[in-house]
Design a protein around this ligand. Structure first.
Ligand SMILES: Nc1ncnc2c1ncn2[C@@H]1O[C@H](COP(=O)(O)OP(=O)(O)OP(=O)(O)O)[C@@H](O)[C@H]1O
Ligand SMILES: [Mg+2]
Length: 151
């Protein structure tokens, strides 16, 4: 996947981009979603989850570090690690229920260097551009699983 950089003019456009992103994903994929408070991370995940077949309302995780939604393909996980100081200080099993086979996971505020997230395949970065405009960059991560094609 070639890196993409787009600008959206409102939340519905960001949701729609999330839907396009969903089409690139497959079982076990982890997507890191970065950006300042209110940049639109959850909005993008909402659109992606919808496109993956989640019918429940997708809202920001509040009490737990994440939410899990049933979808036709399996589970869609939505994590928000904002309130975690450092993953190293947490039970290593903390993320286990959210990542791996049978799931597609979106992680807001991922912690740098967290081994649990080392296999993430795609990175999305959202930036405030004034008013309702947001810059959104989608890139494939080098150390994710290799794409098919010539070696
Ligand atoms: N172009 C846009 N894309 C996404 N959201 C937008 C856009 N323009 C305005 N908004 C508004 O900005 C807010 C984005 O909130 P959202 O919860 O998605 O952000 P977030 O990055 O997940 O924040 P947090 O870091 O608090 O989790 C929403 O109120 C949304 O309606
Ligand atoms: Mg959020």
């Amino acid at each position: 996947m070639a890196p993409r950089s787009v600008e959206t003019a409102g939340p519905l456009e960001t949701e729609s981009l999330g839907g396009e992103l969903a089409a690139l994903l497959s079982d076990g994929d982890v997507v890191l979603v970065r950006g300042e408070l209110g940049a639109g991370k959850t909005t993008l995940v909402r659109g992606a989850a919808r496109a993956l077949g989640v019918s429940e309302a997708v809202t920001s995780p509040t009490f737990a570090i994440g939410n899990r939604y049933r979808a036709a393909l399996g589970t869609v996980s939505h994590l928000d690690l904002y309130r975690l100081a450092a993953l190293e200080q947490e039970d290593p099993a903390l993320l286990e229920d959210y990542l791996g086979p049978g799931r597609i996971a979106f992680v807001e505020w991922p912690k740098d260097g967290a081994p649990e997230l080392a296999g993430a395949r795609i990175s999305v970065t959202l930036t405030h551009r004034g008013g309702d405009r947001r810059g959104i960059e989608i890139a494939e991560l080098a150390d994710g699983p290799a794409e098919g094609g010539p070696a």
